[in-house]
Design a protein around this ligand. Structure first.
Ligand code: NAI
Length: 341
C-alpha cells in the first residue's frame, strides 16, 4: 500500500525502512507535519501515517479523503490530535499503536525524578566548568517516599513497578482500577485528593480527554504537599502551565519534570536554536533551576521505535487485506478532547 508518512525524522525512517523489509509497502517520507495546509501532499497515497504533532482536524481529514486517502495510521498511542467524529463521518478508519514500550515512557519519567532530585542536570553543567562544589545539590532518598501514579494503564503500571523497586510507597488513581495488578505490584488505590495530599512525587499517565484537560490546575496544585515533584510524560494539557509557573514561583512545587507541554506543537521536535523563542510560558518554565523539560522524547528508545514501525505496518497490512482492525480507535470509544484537534 502507498503510505504518506508525515513529520518524519532520520530515526523514524531508519526504523520503518528496517521493518518494511518484511511488509513491502511503498512509503513516502515527508519532513513536514500534516496540517490542513499540507494534507494535499498525500495525493496518490491510500494511507497517511502520522505522529503526535500532526493535526488531523476535520478540514485536514476532508482534504485527505478527497485526495484518495482511505486509512489514517497513527504511529502513536495517543489520538487526541485526530477529530475522530469527522473521520467516522468520512468513513476513514483510524488505527494506532496502543502499546510499543510502556517501559520506555515509564523509565523516562523515573529518569526525570532522579535527575531533578539529585540535580544531575546542574551537577553536569557545574563540573564541566570545573566547579566541584556540592552546595545546593542536596537531594533526598527515594526509598520510603510516597509516589502518586495518576493513570494506572500500561505506562502507569510500569512506572509503579520501578518505583516499588526503589522501596517507595506507591498510590494509584484511575477511573478503572486494576486491583489484581495493584496487589501484584504492591500499591494501593486512593482518591485523587488523597493522592495529591500524600504524594512526594506525582507522575501523570492518563490520556488527554475532556475530563483530564488541566486536571492539574491552580486548585489541584494548592492541595499538593509543599515540595512535591510533578512529572508529566502524558500530554501537556493535563497541566495548566501558567498555574504551574505560579506554584513554582511560590516555591510550593519542589520540581517539575515535563516531557510534554500544552503548546509543544511547532516547537518540540524542531531545532529552533537559531531563532528567538516566541512562547513566553515555555521560556519562563525554562528559567527555573528545578524544572527539566525534554521535548516529547519519553518514547524514544530503539525498542519502542521498532515496535511502532512493526505495529503500524501490521495495521496497514490488515486494512489492505480487509482483515479486522484490532487497533482501530472510534469516535464512540472516547469522548472528544476539549482542545482543538
Ligand atoms: P493506557 O490506555 O494503557 O492507560 C491510561 C489509563 O488512564 C487507563 O487505565 C485509563 O483508565 C486511565 N484514565 C483515563 N481517563 C482517566 C481519568 N479521567 N481519570 C483517571 N484515569 C483515567 O495508556 P498508556 O499506554 O499507559 O499511555 C498513557 C498516556 O501516555 C497516553 O494516553 C499518551 O497520552 C501518553 N504517552 C506519552 C508518550 C511520550 O513519549 N511522552 C508516549 C506514549 C504515551
Amino acid at each position: 500500500m502507498k503510505i504518506a508518512m508525515f513529520d518524519t525524522r532520520a530515526y523514524d525512517r531508519a526504523a520503518f525502512e528496517a521493518a518494511n523489509a518484511s511488509f513491502g509497502h511503498a512509503i513516502t517520507f515527508f519532513d513536514v507535519r500534516l496540517t490542513e495546509d499540507t494534507a494535499l501532499l498525500a495525493r496518490g497515497h491510500e494511507c497517511v501515517c502520522c505522529f503526535v504533532a500532526d493535526r488531523l482536524g476535520a478540514s485536514a481529514l476532508e482534504t485527505l479523503h478527497a485526495a484518495g486517502v482511505r486509512l489514517v495510521a497513527l504511529r502513536s498511542a495517543g489520538y487526541n490530535n485526530v477529530d475522530l467524529v469527522a473521520a467516522a463521518r468520512l468513513g476513514l478508519p483510524v488505527v494506532r499503536v496502543p502499546e510499543y514500550s510502556p517501559h520506555a515512557v515509564a523509565e523516562h519519567a523515573v529518569g526525570l525524578v532522579l535527575a531533578l532530585n539529585r540535580k544531575i542536570h546542574r551537577a553536569y553543567a557545574r563540573v564541566r566548568e570545573w566547579n566541584f562544589s556540592l552546595e545546593g545539590l542536596v537531594g533526598f532518598d527515594l526509598y520510603g517516599k510516597t509516589i502518586g501514579i495518576v493513570g494506572t494503564g500500561r505506562i502507569g503500571l510500569a512506572a509503579a513497578r520501578v518505583f516499588r523497586g526503589f522501596g517507595c510507597r506507591v498510590l494509584g488513581f484511575d477511573l478503572h482500577p486494576a486491583p489484581d495488578a495493584a496487589n501484584a505490584i504492591g500499591f494501593e488505590y486512593v482518591s485523587l485528593p488523597t493522592l495529591f495530599a500524600e504524594s512526594d512525587v506525582i507522575s501523570l499517565h492518563v490520556p488527554l480527554t475532556p475530563a483530564t484537560y488541566h486536571m492539574i490546575d491552580a486548585a489541584a496544585l494548592a492541595t499538593m504537599k509543599p515540595g512535591v515533584f510533578l512529572i508529566n510524560t502524558g500530554r501537556g494539557a493535563l497541566i495548566d502551565s501558567s498555574a504551574l509557573i505560579q506554584a513554582l514561583k511560590r516555591g510550593h512545587i519542589g520540581a517539575a519534570g515535563l516531557d510534554v507541554y500544552e503548546e509543544e506543537e511547532g516547537i518540540f521536535f524542531e531545532d529552533l536554536s537559531n531563532r528567538v523563542l516566541q512562547d513566553d510560558v515555555l521560556a519562563r518554565l525554562l528559567t527555573f533551576p528545578n524544572v527539566i523539560i525534554t521535548a516529547h522524547q519519553a518514547f524514544l528508545t530503539r525498542e519502542a521505535l521498532g515496535n511502532i514501525a512493526t505495529t503500524t505496518l501490521e495495521n496497514v497490512s490488515a486494512f489492505e487485506r480487509g482483515q479486522p482492525l484490532v487497533n482501530q480507535v472510534r469516535a464512540e470509544d472516547v469522548l472528544r478532547p476539549s482542545v482543538p484537534a
